[in-house]
Each structure stands twice: as structure tokens, then as C-alpha cells.
Write a protein that binds this ligand. Structure first.
Ligand SMILES: [Zn+2]
Length: 290
């Protein structure tokens, strides 16, 4: 629960700082004692332990792939509406993307976290060995079931405090849709979802309680699938008539693997053959590498 408390403390600090800010040249900024508010924030989080676990487990049970986060989004938006948030669905052209808002005016604090699962990562919860719940089904192998629990509990605790202290401000909750396909966030930025937002607090499960700010330390990413076309033929009877698209994919991979030697150390490159043909006795006329 410390992580929740930390996130909240950041939010509360920000609110207090903003509320206490003075224009340049005016009288000295009064010292704001945040300790009582922080204690209340921690209490607001602790009292929602059960809710945090329920959200966590519910999202884990859905384990939906990128762009298919249908039940997850339905559940989260309904929960937020129950707590007085107004929800806009299908934002940025993505059916499973949404924005939930509560409050008014500045500062606008956006709380985000990813919600999509990974292919074939279905896993029985609570055991430290590999055991799928459903063989070959998707699952939350990267912990994307946990972040929204953190955000919602933090937002509800903060909302209570804002109401109690009559603090102005808007809470804006949003999901990282299709993070595993590097897809959702750029569309949301492009469509202006974050226009007017003062700060984005974003959380992701990890093996520690690290906090960073500013420029992220991950690598910028690009996702491309290359499809080659050739000419099909019967592999045994008339192979000379064929032009294998799979050969093109393999030649491209070999070439790129030589190129890899000369990449800068911070650069990474990965691939899978997403289409290598249908069966060996047919020369593939299309093949793709992603
Ligand atoms: Zn992730």
C-alpha cells in the first residue's frame, strides 16, 4: 500500500502547492503544513484496501489483448461512474479507450495506467510456477491488472479530500490501451485528450517502489510489419515456378541481423515472423515479418 500512499502524497503536494502559489512580487508564500492532509490521504487509501484487491483481481480475470479490452473498460468505467465520474467512451477513435473526469477547474491531474494483456500469458494467480488458467489464452503477464486499482483508489481518496477541503481541481483518469502494441497513447495525445492537463501521474507495476519524472528512461519505439509477395507453386512438382515470399522475409532478417552489429548501444530491435506461409508443400506467395 505504500505505493498508493506515495502516489497520493504527490497529488496532494501538488494540489497544496498550486493552491498556495502566489504571483511573483506579492507577499511571501505562506508555509503550508501538508502533514494532516497527507495523513488523511493515507487513511483514505488504507480504507480502500479491499476495493484495490477487487479491481486488481477482476482485471486479472479478464486478461484481454490490446484493443480488445472490452470487459476491462466496461468494468472500470461503470465503477468510476458509480463514484460520480463522468465518462467519455471510445476516445481517440479507439472503442476501448475512455476518459473519466471529476471536479472542476485547475489543476487538472491525469492518472493513467495500462490495461491490456499479453498473448498466451494466462496464469493461475498466486503460484510461483508456470500454470495457465486456460492453455494458450492471453493473460496479465506484465501486471497491467494492477495500475488502475492504484489510480482509482488514489482518485477516490483525493476526491474525498478535495470535497472536504473545498479544493478546486479536476481528476482525469485514463487507460493505456494497447500498450503492448505501442499503440494507444500517441492517438490520445494526437486527439488532444491531454490538452489543458497540468500533470500526468502514471504508474506501472515493477519490482521496486521507484519514482521517476520528466523524460522517461525507456526507448522510443516503432512497430512495423513488412509483408512480401511472391508467386505460389507446388513445392514438389513445379518448384521452379515459385517465388517464395518467405525467402524474402528470411533474407531481410539475415540482413538486419548483420546491421544489428552496428546499432548504437541504446537501440534495440526484435522480430517475429507473423506469416511464414501455410504449409511446406505450397511455396508461400505472401509472408510477413513484424
Ligand atoms: Zn507494461
Amino acid at each position: 500500500m505504500h505505493k498508493f500512499a506515495h502516489l497520493l502524497a504527490m497529488g496532494i503536494t501538488l494540489m497544496a502547492l498550486t493552491a498556495g502559489a502566489q504571483p511573483v512580487g506579492s507577499v511571501a508564500t505562506p508555509v503550508v503544513d501538508n502533514a494532516p492532509l497527507k495523513a488523511l490521504a493515507v487513511q483514505g487509501v488504507q480504507s480502500r484496501q479491499k476495493l484495490a484487491q477487487v479491481i486488481n483481481d477482476t482485471l486479472f480475470s479478464y486478461g484481454e489483448l490490446a484493443f480488445q479490452e472490452v470487459e476491462s473498460s466496461r468494468y472500470l468505467t461503470a465503477l468510476l461512474e458509480e463514484h460520480g465520474f463522468s465518462v467519455q467512451r471510445g476516445v481517440a477513435g479507439m472503442p476501448t479507450a475512455w476518459v473519466a473526469r471529476w471536479g472542476q477547474g485547475k489543476p487538472v491531474i491525469a492518472l493513467g495506467s495500462d490495461i491490456d494483456a499479453l498473448p498466451r500469458a494466462s496464469q493461475k494467480p498466486g503460484v510461483a510456477y508456470r500454470e495457465p488458467l486456460v492453455a494458450d489464452a492471453p493473460g496479465h503477464g506484465e501486471g497491467h491488472n494492477s495500475g488502475q486499482a492504484v489510480n482509482i483508489v488514489a482518485a477516490l481518496a483525493l476526491k474525498d479530500l478535495m470535497q472536504r477541503e473545498k479544493l478546486p481541481g479536476t481528476l482525469l483518469l485514463w487507460p493505456g490501451v494497447a500498450e503492448e502494441l505501442l499503440a494507444g497513447k500517441p492517438f490520445m495525445v494526437r486527439d488532444g485528450v491531454f490538452n489543458g492537463v497540468d500533470v500526468v501521474l502514471y504508474n506501472h507495476v515493477s519490482n521496486n517502489l521507484r519514482t521517476t519524472w520528466g523524460q522517461a528512461d525507456g526507448t522510443g519505439m516503432l512497430s512495423v510489419e513488412y509483408t512480401f509477395t511472391g508467386r505460389s507453386a507446388h513445392s514438389a512438382l513445379l518448384p521452379w515456378r515459385g517465388r517464395s515470399a518467405l525467402d524474402a522475409v528470411e533474407l531481410m532478417n539475415v540482413g538486419w541481423n548483420y546491421r544489428r552489429e552496428h546499432l548504437r548501444p541504446e537501440q534495440r530491435s526484435h522480430y517475429v515472423i507473423s506469416n511464414g506461409g501455410d504449409q511446406p508443400n505450397v511455396v508461400p506467395d505472401t509472408a510477413s515479418v513484424w
